[in-house]
Design a protein around this ligand. Structure first.
Ligand SMILES: Cc1cc2nc3c(=O)[nH]c(=O)nc-3n(C[C@H](O)[C@H](O)[C@H](O)COP(=O)(O)OP(=O)(O)OC[C@H]3O[C@@H](n4cnc5c(N)ncnc54)[C@H](O)[C@@H]3O)c2cc1C
Length: 522
Protein backbone atom coordinates (compact mmCIF):
# COMPACT_ATOMS: atom_id res chain seq x y z
CA UNK A 1 0.00 0.00 0.00
CA UNK A 2 2.32 2.77 -1.26
CA UNK A 3 0.29 5.89 -0.63
CA UNK A 4 2.44 8.55 -2.28
CA UNK A 5 2.54 6.96 -5.75
CA UNK A 6 -1.12 6.00 -5.65
CA UNK A 7 -2.24 9.44 -4.49
CA UNK A 8 -0.27 11.07 -7.33
CA UNK A 9 -1.93 8.81 -9.89
CA UNK A 10 -5.44 9.34 -8.49
CA UNK A 11 -4.89 13.09 -8.19
CA UNK A 12 -3.73 13.40 -11.81
CA UNK A 13 -7.33 13.87 -12.99
CA UNK A 14 -6.98 10.98 -15.46
CA UNK A 15 -8.15 8.28 -13.07
CA UNK A 16 -11.64 6.85 -13.62
CA UNK A 17 -13.28 4.22 -11.48
CA UNK A 18 -16.39 2.08 -11.52
CA UNK A 19 -17.11 2.58 -7.84
CA UNK A 20 -15.95 5.32 -5.48
CA UNK A 21 -16.48 4.63 -1.80
CA UNK A 22 -16.48 7.57 0.62
CA UNK A 23 -15.47 6.43 4.12
CA UNK A 24 -12.85 3.94 5.31
CA UNK A 25 -14.59 2.27 8.23
CA UNK A 26 -15.96 -1.28 8.33
CA UNK A 27 -18.79 -0.47 5.92
CA UNK A 28 -16.76 1.35 3.26
CA UNK A 29 -13.82 -1.06 3.40
CA UNK A 30 -16.24 -3.98 3.07
CA UNK A 31 -17.71 -2.39 -0.07
CA UNK A 32 -14.21 -1.81 -1.48
CA UNK A 33 -13.29 -5.47 -0.92
CA UNK A 34 -16.53 -6.70 -2.46
CA UNK A 35 -16.28 -4.47 -5.55
CA UNK A 36 -12.56 -5.13 -6.09
CA UNK A 37 -12.98 -8.88 -5.77
CA UNK A 38 -15.76 -8.83 -8.38
CA UNK A 39 -13.23 -7.19 -10.73
CA UNK A 40 -14.53 -3.59 -10.68
CA UNK A 41 -12.21 -0.60 -10.49
CA UNK A 42 -12.77 0.70 -6.99
CA UNK A 43 -11.37 3.71 -5.18
CA UNK A 44 -11.98 4.29 -1.46
CA UNK A 45 -11.33 7.73 0.07
CA UNK A 46 -11.05 8.18 3.83
CA UNK A 47 -10.71 11.67 5.30
CA UNK A 48 -8.61 10.55 8.28
CA UNK A 49 -7.07 7.14 8.92
CA UNK A 50 -8.76 3.82 8.14
CA UNK A 51 -11.14 2.99 11.01
CA UNK A 52 -10.46 6.32 12.77
CA UNK A 53 -14.23 6.66 13.31
CA UNK A 54 -16.54 4.14 14.96
CA UNK A 55 -14.80 1.10 13.51
CA UNK A 56 -11.85 1.16 15.94
CA UNK A 57 -14.08 1.76 18.97
CA UNK A 58 -16.36 -1.27 19.13
CA UNK A 59 -16.72 -3.84 21.93
CA UNK A 60 -14.58 -6.14 19.71
CA UNK A 61 -17.31 -8.76 19.40
CA UNK A 62 -18.15 -10.76 16.31
CA UNK A 63 -21.58 -11.75 17.47
CA UNK A 64 -25.14 -12.55 16.62
CA UNK A 65 -26.29 -10.32 19.47
CA UNK A 66 -27.91 -12.14 22.37
CA UNK A 67 -29.64 -8.86 23.27
CA UNK A 68 -31.32 -8.64 19.85
CA UNK A 69 -32.65 -12.17 20.34
CA UNK A 70 -34.17 -11.07 23.66
CA UNK A 71 -35.72 -8.13 21.76
CA UNK A 72 -37.20 -10.55 19.21
CA UNK A 73 -35.13 -9.30 16.24
CA UNK A 74 -34.62 -12.88 15.00
CA UNK A 75 -33.88 -11.86 11.41
CA UNK A 76 -30.96 -9.67 12.50
CA UNK A 77 -29.64 -12.42 14.79
CA UNK A 78 -29.73 -15.07 12.05
CA UNK A 79 -27.98 -12.74 9.60
CA UNK A 80 -25.34 -11.76 12.17
CA UNK A 81 -24.72 -15.35 13.28
CA UNK A 82 -24.17 -16.42 9.69
CA UNK A 83 -21.74 -13.55 9.16
CA UNK A 84 -20.04 -14.29 12.48
CA UNK A 85 -19.23 -17.79 11.20
CA UNK A 86 -17.99 -16.46 7.86
CA UNK A 87 -15.81 -13.81 9.46
CA UNK A 88 -14.23 -16.44 11.69
CA UNK A 89 -13.71 -18.77 8.73
CA UNK A 90 -12.29 -16.10 6.38
CA UNK A 91 -10.06 -14.31 8.89
CA UNK A 92 -9.07 -16.86 11.56
CA UNK A 93 -5.96 -14.79 12.34
CA UNK A 94 -8.15 -11.94 13.62
CA UNK A 95 -11.36 -13.55 14.88
CA UNK A 96 -11.32 -16.05 17.68
CA UNK A 97 -13.76 -18.09 19.60
CA UNK A 98 -14.57 -16.85 23.09
CA UNK A 99 -16.49 -18.33 26.00
CA UNK A 100 -18.99 -15.89 27.52
CA UNK A 101 -20.24 -16.49 31.04
CA UNK A 102 -23.56 -15.30 32.44
CA UNK A 103 -23.67 -15.63 36.22
CA UNK A 104 -27.07 -16.50 37.70
CA UNK A 105 -28.36 -15.06 40.98
CA UNK A 106 -32.02 -16.16 40.88
CA UNK A 107 -33.25 -19.75 40.83
CA UNK A 108 -34.98 -19.47 37.45
CA UNK A 109 -32.14 -17.74 35.54
CA UNK A 110 -30.07 -20.82 34.72
CA UNK A 111 -32.89 -22.60 32.84
CA UNK A 112 -34.08 -19.32 31.30
CA UNK A 113 -30.66 -18.43 29.84
CA UNK A 114 -29.82 -22.02 28.88
CA UNK A 115 -33.02 -22.26 26.80
CA UNK A 116 -32.50 -18.82 25.21
CA UNK A 117 -28.88 -19.51 24.38
CA UNK A 118 -29.67 -22.94 22.99
CA UNK A 119 -31.99 -21.14 20.52
CA UNK A 120 -29.05 -18.83 19.75
CA UNK A 121 -26.89 -21.89 18.96
CA UNK A 122 -29.60 -23.42 16.79
CA UNK A 123 -29.99 -20.22 14.79
CA UNK A 124 -26.25 -20.34 13.99
CA UNK A 125 -26.71 -23.78 12.37
CA UNK A 126 -23.54 -25.25 10.86
CA UNK A 127 -21.63 -22.02 11.49
CA UNK A 128 -22.03 -22.35 15.27
CA UNK A 129 -18.94 -21.88 17.45
CA UNK A 130 -19.85 -24.21 20.31
CA UNK A 131 -22.73 -25.35 22.54
CA UNK A 132 -24.23 -23.28 25.34
CA UNK A 133 -24.27 -25.16 28.64
CA UNK A 134 -25.38 -24.62 32.23
CA UNK A 135 -22.48 -24.51 34.69
CA UNK A 136 -22.21 -24.93 38.45
CA UNK A 137 -21.12 -21.97 40.57
CA UNK A 138 -17.73 -23.55 41.31
CA UNK A 139 -17.10 -24.03 37.60
CA UNK A 140 -18.16 -20.44 36.91
CA UNK A 141 -15.70 -19.05 39.44
CA UNK A 142 -12.96 -21.26 37.98
CA UNK A 143 -13.64 -19.70 34.55
CA UNK A 144 -13.92 -16.14 35.91
CA UNK A 145 -12.04 -16.07 39.21
CA UNK A 146 -12.78 -12.33 39.54
CA UNK A 147 -16.57 -12.82 39.72
CA UNK A 148 -18.26 -12.08 43.06
CA UNK A 149 -19.35 -15.28 44.76
CA UNK A 150 -22.09 -13.83 47.00
CA UNK A 151 -25.43 -15.19 45.89
CA UNK A 152 -24.01 -16.88 42.77
CA UNK A 153 -26.19 -19.92 42.02
CA UNK A 154 -24.46 -21.11 38.86
CA UNK A 155 -24.50 -19.82 35.35
CA UNK A 156 -24.42 -20.48 31.64
CA UNK A 157 -21.60 -20.46 29.11
CA UNK A 158 -22.15 -19.56 25.46
CA UNK A 159 -19.83 -18.86 22.52
CA UNK A 160 -19.31 -15.80 20.36
CA UNK A 161 -16.45 -14.35 18.34
CA UNK A 162 -13.94 -11.75 19.44
CA UNK A 163 -11.62 -9.69 17.23
CA UNK A 164 -9.42 -6.65 16.85
CA UNK A 165 -11.49 -4.11 14.94
CA UNK A 166 -8.86 -1.74 13.56
CA UNK A 167 -6.57 -4.62 12.59
CA UNK A 168 -9.53 -6.10 10.71
CA UNK A 169 -9.98 -2.74 8.95
CA UNK A 170 -6.32 -2.80 7.85
CA UNK A 171 -6.71 -6.37 6.67
CA UNK A 172 -9.74 -5.32 4.57
CA UNK A 173 -7.81 -2.41 3.00
CA UNK A 174 -4.97 -4.81 2.16
CA UNK A 175 -7.44 -7.33 0.73
CA UNK A 176 -8.95 -4.62 -1.50
CA UNK A 177 -5.41 -3.84 -2.72
CA UNK A 178 -4.70 -7.54 -3.29
CA UNK A 179 -7.67 -7.55 -5.70
CA UNK A 180 -6.61 -4.38 -7.56
CA UNK A 181 -8.63 -1.78 -5.59
CA UNK A 182 -7.15 1.44 -4.19
CA UNK A 183 -7.84 2.76 -0.68
CA UNK A 184 -6.38 6.11 0.35
CA UNK A 185 -6.38 7.58 3.83
CA UNK A 186 -6.24 11.35 4.49
CA UNK A 187 -8.34 12.26 1.44
CA UNK A 188 -11.54 14.14 2.24
CA UNK A 189 -14.47 14.29 -0.16
CA UNK A 190 -15.80 17.85 -0.29
CA UNK A 191 -18.33 17.65 -3.12
CA UNK A 192 -20.06 15.46 -5.67
CA UNK A 193 -19.69 15.83 -9.44
CA UNK A 194 -22.89 15.60 -11.50
CA UNK A 195 -23.41 15.16 -15.24
CA UNK A 196 -25.81 17.16 -17.45
CA UNK A 197 -28.78 15.04 -16.36
CA UNK A 198 -28.04 15.59 -12.66
CA UNK A 199 -26.62 12.13 -12.02
CA UNK A 200 -23.66 11.76 -9.65
CA UNK A 201 -20.59 10.92 -11.75
CA UNK A 202 -17.67 11.52 -9.42
CA UNK A 203 -16.30 13.39 -6.41
CA UNK A 204 -14.24 16.45 -5.60
CA UNK A 205 -11.65 15.70 -2.96
CA UNK A 206 -8.60 17.10 -1.22
CA UNK A 207 -5.47 15.22 -0.26
CA UNK A 208 -4.98 16.45 3.29
CA UNK A 209 -1.30 15.49 3.33
CA UNK A 210 -0.36 17.97 0.59
CA UNK A 211 -3.45 20.18 0.27
CA UNK A 212 -3.98 19.25 -3.40
CA UNK A 213 -7.59 19.33 -4.71
CA UNK A 214 -8.68 16.93 -7.41
CA UNK A 215 -11.67 15.39 -9.11
CA UNK A 216 -12.24 11.71 -9.84
CA UNK A 217 -14.93 10.35 -12.13
CA UNK A 218 -16.86 7.22 -11.33
CA UNK A 219 -19.89 5.26 -12.55
CA UNK A 220 -21.24 4.98 -8.99
CA UNK A 221 -20.52 6.75 -5.70
CA UNK A 222 -21.20 5.05 -2.35
CA UNK A 223 -21.60 7.10 0.81
CA UNK A 224 -20.36 4.93 3.70
CA UNK A 225 -19.42 7.70 6.10
CA UNK A 226 -21.04 6.36 9.28
CA UNK A 227 -22.35 9.15 11.49
CA UNK A 228 -21.39 11.65 8.74
CA UNK A 229 -23.72 10.32 6.01
CA UNK A 230 -26.07 13.30 6.34
CA UNK A 231 -23.19 15.67 5.43
CA UNK A 232 -22.51 13.78 2.20
CA UNK A 233 -26.22 13.52 1.42
CA UNK A 234 -26.32 17.29 1.93
CA UNK A 235 -23.68 17.64 -0.83
CA UNK A 236 -26.12 15.80 -3.08
CA UNK A 237 -29.31 17.66 -2.18
CA UNK A 238 -30.06 20.49 0.22
CA UNK A 239 -33.46 18.90 0.85
CA UNK A 240 -32.04 15.57 2.15
CA UNK A 241 -33.66 14.42 5.41
CA UNK A 242 -31.57 13.34 8.38
CA UNK A 243 -30.93 9.60 8.10
CA UNK A 244 -28.62 8.91 11.03
CA UNK A 245 -29.06 9.05 14.79
CA UNK A 246 -25.63 8.96 16.55
CA UNK A 247 -25.51 7.07 19.83
CA UNK A 248 -22.37 7.09 21.95
CA UNK A 249 -20.93 3.98 23.54
CA UNK A 250 -18.02 4.11 25.99
CA UNK A 251 -15.56 1.41 27.03
CA UNK A 252 -13.05 1.27 29.86
CA UNK A 253 -9.92 -0.84 29.69
CA UNK A 254 -8.62 -2.31 32.94
CA UNK A 255 -6.07 -4.89 34.00
CA UNK A 256 -6.81 -8.51 33.24
CA UNK A 257 -6.78 -9.38 36.97
CA UNK A 258 -10.31 -7.96 37.37
CA UNK A 259 -11.74 -10.97 35.52
CA UNK A 260 -8.88 -13.47 35.65
CA UNK A 261 -9.06 -16.41 33.23
CA UNK A 262 -9.75 -16.28 29.49
CA UNK A 263 -13.55 -16.14 29.45
CA UNK A 264 -15.67 -13.05 28.98
CA UNK A 265 -18.38 -11.88 31.37
CA UNK A 266 -21.81 -10.95 30.08
CA UNK A 267 -24.15 -9.03 32.38
CA UNK A 268 -27.55 -9.33 30.71
CA UNK A 269 -29.35 -6.47 32.40
CA UNK A 270 -27.79 -3.30 33.75
CA UNK A 271 -29.62 -0.55 35.63
CA UNK A 272 -30.68 1.04 32.31
CA UNK A 273 -31.77 -2.29 30.79
CA UNK A 274 -28.71 -2.82 28.57
CA UNK A 275 -26.10 -5.55 28.52
CA UNK A 276 -22.60 -4.95 29.86
CA UNK A 277 -19.58 -6.95 28.77
CA UNK A 278 -16.21 -7.61 30.35
CA UNK A 279 -14.12 -8.98 27.49
CA UNK A 280 -10.49 -10.13 27.66
CA UNK A 281 -8.62 -8.32 24.89
CA UNK A 282 -4.85 -8.31 24.27
CA UNK A 283 -4.12 -9.22 27.88
CA UNK A 284 -6.45 -6.55 29.30
CA UNK A 285 -10.20 -6.40 29.92
CA UNK A 286 -12.61 -4.16 28.00
CA UNK A 287 -15.66 -3.12 30.05
CA UNK A 288 -18.66 -1.60 28.30
CA UNK A 289 -20.75 -0.18 26.92
CA UNK A 290 -23.20 2.72 27.23
CA UNK A 291 -25.88 4.08 24.89
CA UNK A 292 -26.11 7.87 24.99
CA UNK A 293 -27.99 9.70 22.22
CA UNK A 294 -26.03 12.64 20.76
CA UNK A 295 -26.99 15.38 18.33
CA UNK A 296 -23.48 16.09 17.12
CA UNK A 297 -21.19 13.72 15.18
CA UNK A 298 -17.47 13.86 15.85
CA UNK A 299 -14.42 11.79 14.85
CA UNK A 300 -12.99 11.93 18.36
CA UNK A 301 -15.94 11.71 20.76
CA UNK A 302 -15.26 12.03 24.50
CA UNK A 303 -16.58 9.80 27.27
CA UNK A 304 -18.92 11.59 29.66
CA UNK A 305 -18.11 11.44 33.37
CA UNK A 306 -21.45 9.77 34.07
CA UNK A 307 -20.73 7.06 31.47
CA UNK A 308 -17.43 6.23 33.18
CA UNK A 309 -19.10 6.13 36.61
CA UNK A 310 -21.96 4.00 35.27
CA UNK A 311 -19.62 1.32 33.88
CA UNK A 312 -17.47 1.24 37.02
CA UNK A 313 -20.54 1.02 39.21
CA UNK A 314 -22.25 -1.74 37.20
CA UNK A 315 -19.06 -3.81 36.79
CA UNK A 316 -18.33 -3.34 40.50
CA UNK A 317 -21.62 -5.01 41.41
CA UNK A 318 -20.42 -8.25 39.79
CA UNK A 319 -16.64 -8.19 40.32
CA UNK A 320 -14.98 -9.17 43.58
CA UNK A 321 -12.40 -6.40 43.13
CA UNK A 322 -14.38 -3.29 42.31
CA UNK A 323 -12.51 -1.28 39.61
CA UNK A 324 -11.90 2.36 40.53
CA UNK A 325 -11.20 5.37 38.34
CA UNK A 326 -7.48 5.00 39.06
CA UNK A 327 -7.60 1.44 37.64
CA UNK A 328 -8.71 2.61 34.20
CA UNK A 329 -5.83 2.28 31.71
CA UNK A 330 -7.74 3.76 28.82
CA UNK A 331 -11.24 5.02 28.03
CA UNK A 332 -12.58 5.28 24.50
CA UNK A 333 -15.89 6.40 23.03
CA UNK A 334 -17.49 5.54 19.70
CA UNK A 335 -20.62 6.68 17.87
CA UNK A 336 -23.08 4.13 16.52
CA UNK A 337 -24.38 5.32 13.14
CA UNK A 338 -27.90 4.12 13.89
CA UNK A 339 -30.38 4.45 11.06
CA UNK A 340 -32.88 7.13 12.16
CA UNK A 341 -35.98 5.27 13.41
CA UNK A 342 -39.01 4.84 11.21
CA UNK A 343 -42.54 5.41 12.52
CA UNK A 344 -43.07 1.97 14.07
CA UNK A 345 -39.73 1.90 15.94
CA UNK A 346 -39.11 3.19 19.48
CA UNK A 347 -37.31 6.52 19.74
CA UNK A 348 -34.80 5.51 22.45
CA UNK A 349 -31.44 4.67 20.88
CA UNK A 350 -31.30 1.27 22.60
CA UNK A 351 -34.63 0.41 20.90
CA UNK A 352 -33.54 1.40 17.39
CA UNK A 353 -32.84 -1.66 15.25
CA UNK A 354 -29.16 -2.37 14.54
CA UNK A 355 -30.12 -3.49 11.01
CA UNK A 356 -28.60 -1.52 8.17
CA UNK A 357 -30.50 0.64 5.71
CA UNK A 358 -29.58 1.55 2.13
CA UNK A 359 -30.85 4.73 0.45
CA UNK A 360 -30.65 5.59 -3.23
CA UNK A 361 -31.10 9.26 -4.08
CA UNK A 362 -32.60 10.61 -7.34
CA UNK A 363 -29.08 11.42 -8.53
CA UNK A 364 -27.94 7.82 -7.98
CA UNK A 365 -25.91 8.39 -4.79
CA UNK A 366 -25.98 5.20 -2.72
CA UNK A 367 -25.89 5.66 1.05
CA UNK A 368 -25.58 2.93 3.67
CA UNK A 369 -25.96 3.24 7.40
CA UNK A 370 -26.62 1.17 10.52
CA UNK A 371 -25.54 -2.44 10.78
CA UNK A 372 -22.68 -3.87 12.78
CA UNK A 373 -19.04 -4.74 12.26
CA UNK A 374 -20.14 -8.37 12.23
CA UNK A 375 -22.43 -7.86 9.23
CA UNK A 376 -20.07 -5.66 7.16
CA UNK A 377 -19.66 -8.33 4.44
CA UNK A 378 -23.34 -8.89 3.81
CA UNK A 379 -23.98 -5.13 3.83
CA UNK A 380 -21.24 -4.70 1.22
CA UNK A 381 -22.71 -7.44 -0.98
CA UNK A 382 -26.08 -5.69 -0.99
CA UNK A 383 -24.55 -2.30 -1.76
CA UNK A 384 -22.48 -3.58 -4.68
CA UNK A 385 -25.49 -5.47 -6.09
CA UNK A 386 -27.36 -2.13 -6.07
CA UNK A 387 -24.35 -0.26 -7.50
CA UNK A 388 -24.22 -2.58 -10.52
CA UNK A 389 -27.73 -1.49 -11.52
CA UNK A 390 -27.10 2.22 -10.91
CA UNK A 391 -23.75 2.35 -12.74
CA UNK A 392 -24.74 0.01 -15.58
CA UNK A 393 -21.79 -2.21 -14.66
CA UNK A 394 -21.36 -5.68 -16.10
CA UNK A 395 -23.16 -8.02 -13.70
CA UNK A 396 -20.75 -10.20 -11.71
CA UNK A 397 -21.57 -12.32 -8.67
CA UNK A 398 -20.29 -11.60 -5.17
CA UNK A 399 -17.37 -13.83 -4.15
CA UNK A 400 -16.66 -12.73 -0.58
CA UNK A 401 -18.74 -15.29 1.35
CA UNK A 402 -15.89 -17.79 1.29
CA UNK A 403 -13.01 -15.48 0.43
CA UNK A 404 -9.93 -15.47 2.65
CA UNK A 405 -8.89 -12.04 3.87
CA UNK A 406 -5.36 -10.66 3.70
CA UNK A 407 -3.14 -12.31 6.30
CA UNK A 408 -5.29 -15.46 6.47
CA UNK A 409 -3.57 -18.00 8.68
CA UNK A 410 -4.78 -20.73 10.97
CA UNK A 411 -2.61 -20.29 14.04
CA UNK A 412 -2.53 -20.22 17.79
CA UNK A 413 -4.35 -17.00 18.74
CA UNK A 414 -2.70 -16.87 22.15
CA UNK A 415 0.80 -16.27 20.87
CA UNK A 416 1.34 -12.64 21.96
CA UNK A 417 0.52 -9.57 19.93
CA UNK A 418 1.98 -10.79 16.62
CA UNK A 419 -0.90 -13.12 15.81
CA UNK A 420 -2.87 -10.18 14.38
CA UNK A 421 -0.50 -10.10 11.39
CA UNK A 422 -1.37 -13.66 10.37
CA UNK A 423 0.69 -14.77 7.39
CA UNK A 424 2.57 -11.43 7.37
CA UNK A 425 4.35 -12.45 10.59
CA UNK A 426 7.07 -14.02 8.51
CA UNK A 427 7.83 -10.60 6.95
CA UNK A 428 8.13 -9.08 10.43
CA UNK A 429 10.53 -11.84 11.40
CA UNK A 430 12.69 -11.06 8.35
CA UNK A 431 12.74 -7.36 9.29
CA UNK A 432 14.00 -8.31 12.73
CA UNK A 433 16.56 -10.73 11.33
CA UNK A 434 17.94 -8.01 9.05
CA UNK A 435 18.58 -5.60 11.95
CA UNK A 436 18.53 -6.42 15.66
CA UNK A 437 17.34 -2.85 16.48
CA UNK A 438 14.03 -3.74 14.89
CA UNK A 439 13.45 -6.26 17.66
CA UNK A 440 13.64 -3.60 20.37
CA UNK A 441 10.54 -3.00 22.48
CA UNK A 442 8.76 0.36 22.34
CA UNK A 443 7.96 0.02 26.06
CA UNK A 444 9.24 -2.39 28.73
CA UNK A 445 5.68 -3.50 29.68
CA UNK A 446 4.44 -4.30 26.16
CA UNK A 447 5.53 -6.52 23.27
CA UNK A 448 5.10 -3.79 20.60
CA UNK A 449 8.40 -3.52 18.74
CA UNK A 450 10.24 -1.27 16.31
CA UNK A 451 9.45 -3.77 13.53
CA UNK A 452 5.72 -3.15 14.05
CA UNK A 453 6.21 0.57 13.46
CA UNK A 454 8.29 -0.02 10.33
CA UNK A 455 5.70 -2.43 9.03
CA UNK A 456 2.89 0.03 9.77
CA UNK A 457 4.52 2.83 7.81
CA UNK A 458 5.87 0.71 4.94
CA UNK A 459 2.96 -1.66 4.40
CA UNK A 460 -0.11 -0.33 6.23
CA UNK A 461 -0.16 3.35 5.18
CA UNK A 462 0.36 4.73 8.71
CA UNK A 463 1.19 8.45 8.49
CA UNK A 464 1.20 9.69 12.07
CA UNK A 465 2.10 8.62 15.60
CA UNK A 466 -1.60 8.27 16.30
CA UNK A 467 -2.11 5.95 13.30
CA UNK A 468 0.57 3.67 14.69
CA UNK A 469 -0.24 3.75 18.40
CA UNK A 470 -4.03 3.83 18.11
CA UNK A 471 -4.84 1.58 15.15
CA UNK A 472 -1.78 -0.41 13.92
CA UNK A 473 -0.74 -1.48 17.41
CA UNK A 474 -3.44 -0.78 19.98
CA UNK A 475 -1.33 0.90 22.67
CA UNK A 476 -3.55 3.98 23.02
CA UNK A 477 -6.64 1.82 23.56
CA UNK A 478 -4.88 -0.56 25.93
CA UNK A 479 -2.90 1.82 28.10
CA UNK A 480 -2.92 5.54 27.32
CA UNK A 481 -0.07 6.39 29.73
CA UNK A 482 2.23 3.78 28.23
CA UNK A 483 1.26 5.03 24.75
CA UNK A 484 2.37 8.55 25.71
CA UNK A 485 5.73 7.10 26.75
CA UNK A 486 6.07 5.29 23.40
CA UNK A 487 5.26 8.35 21.29
CA UNK A 488 8.76 9.97 20.98
CA UNK A 489 10.36 6.74 19.75
CA UNK A 490 7.53 6.10 17.28
CA UNK A 491 7.74 9.69 15.99
CA UNK A 492 11.49 9.34 15.42
CA UNK A 493 11.06 6.10 13.46
CA UNK A 494 8.28 7.62 11.35
CA UNK A 495 10.36 10.73 10.65
CA UNK A 496 13.27 8.68 9.42
CA UNK A 497 10.98 6.54 7.20
CA UNK A 498 8.97 9.47 5.80
CA UNK A 499 11.83 11.99 5.56
CA UNK A 500 10.40 14.42 8.13
CA UNK A 501 12.16 17.09 10.22
CA UNK A 502 12.77 17.35 13.98
CA UNK A 503 10.08 19.99 14.07
CA UNK A 504 7.62 17.45 12.67
CA UNK A 505 8.67 14.97 15.39
CA UNK A 506 7.98 17.52 18.14
CA UNK A 507 4.67 18.47 16.62
CA UNK A 508 3.61 14.81 16.34
CA UNK A 509 4.49 14.08 19.96
CA UNK A 510 2.65 17.17 21.21
CA UNK A 511 -0.46 16.38 19.14
CA UNK A 512 -0.46 12.75 20.25
CA UNK A 513 -0.02 13.61 23.94
CA UNK A 514 -2.94 16.01 23.78
CA UNK A 515 -5.13 13.32 22.22
CA UNK A 516 -3.97 10.60 24.60
CA UNK A 517 -4.97 12.70 27.62
CA UNK A 518 -8.62 12.28 26.50
CA UNK A 519 -8.12 8.51 26.91
CA UNK A 520 -7.13 8.95 30.56
CA UNK A 521 -9.62 9.02 33.41
CA UNK A 522 -8.85 11.56 36.13
C1 LIG B 1 -19.69 1.53 21.34
C2 LIG B 1 -19.87 0.65 20.16
C3 LIG B 1 -19.68 -0.72 20.29
C4 LIG B 1 -19.86 -1.54 19.18
N1 LIG B 1 -19.59 -2.86 19.31
C5 LIG B 1 -19.73 -3.68 18.26
C6 LIG B 1 -19.36 -5.04 18.37
O1 LIG B 1 -18.85 -5.48 19.40
N2 LIG B 1 -19.56 -5.83 17.29
C7 LIG B 1 -20.09 -5.36 16.14
O2 LIG B 1 -20.29 -6.16 15.23
N3 LIG B 1 -20.41 -4.07 15.98
C8 LIG B 1 -20.21 -3.21 17.00
N4 LIG B 1 -20.49 -1.89 16.87
C9 LIG B 1 -20.96 -1.39 15.59
C10 LIG B 1 -19.82 -1.14 14.60
O3 LIG B 1 -18.67 -0.67 15.26
C11 LIG B 1 -20.28 -0.12 13.56
O4 LIG B 1 -21.48 -0.56 12.99
C12 LIG B 1 -19.26 0.06 12.44
O5 LIG B 1 -17.98 0.25 12.94
C13 LIG B 1 -19.67 1.26 11.59
O6 LIG B 1 -18.74 1.40 10.55
P1 LIG B 1 -18.90 2.52 9.47
O7 LIG B 1 -17.89 2.25 8.42
O8 LIG B 1 -20.31 2.60 9.01
O9 LIG B 1 -18.58 3.90 10.21
P2 LIG B 1 -17.17 4.51 10.61
O10 LIG B 1 -16.26 3.49 11.16
O11 LIG B 1 -17.42 5.70 11.46
O12 LIG B 1 -16.54 4.97 9.23
C14 LIG B 1 -16.98 6.10 8.52
C15 LIG B 1 -15.75 6.81 7.99
O13 LIG B 1 -16.15 7.80 7.04
C16 LIG B 1 -15.16 8.81 7.08
N5 LIG B 1 -15.68 10.04 6.46
C17 LIG B 1 -16.69 10.83 6.90
N6 LIG B 1 -16.88 11.87 6.07
C18 LIG B 1 -15.97 11.74 5.06
C19 LIG B 1 -15.66 12.51 3.90
N7 LIG B 1 -16.32 13.62 3.60
N8 LIG B 1 -14.66 12.09 3.09
C20 LIG B 1 -13.96 10.96 3.38
N9 LIG B 1 -14.21 10.19 4.47
C21 LIG B 1 -15.20 10.58 5.29
C22 LIG B 1 -14.89 8.97 8.57
O14 LIG B 1 -13.65 9.59 8.80
C23 LIG B 1 -14.96 7.54 9.06
O15 LIG B 1 -13.67 6.94 9.19
C24 LIG B 1 -20.28 -1.01 17.94
C25 LIG B 1 -20.45 0.36 17.82
C26 LIG B 1 -20.22 1.19 18.91
C27 LIG B 1 -20.34 2.66 18.77
Amino acid sequence: MKREELAAEIGSGRYESDVIVIGGGATGLGVAVDAASRGYRVLLLEQDDFSKGTSSRSTKLVHGGVRYLAQGDVKLVIEALRERGRMRRNAPHLVRDMRFIIGNYKWWERSFYTIGLTCYDLLAGKLGLGRSLPLSSSRITREIPGLKRDGLMGGVVYHDGQFDDSRMAISLAQTAFDYGGVCLNYVRVDGLEKDGSGRVCGVRAVDLLNGRDFTVRSRVVVNATGVFIDDVMGMDSRQANKKVRPSQGVHLVVDRKFLGGDSALMIPKTRDGRVLFGVPWHDKVVLGTTDTPLNQASLEPCALEEEVDFILDQAGQYLAMQPKRSDVLSVFAGLRPLAAPTKGEGQKTKEISRSHKIYQSDSGLLTITGGKWTTYREMAEEVVDRAIGIGGLERRACVTADMKLHGYAVQDPESGWDYVYGSDREQLRLLEQADATNKELLHPDYTFRVSHVLWAVREEMAQTVEDVLARRVRALFLDARAAIEMAPRVAAILASELGKSNEWVNEQVTTFNKLAKCYLVK
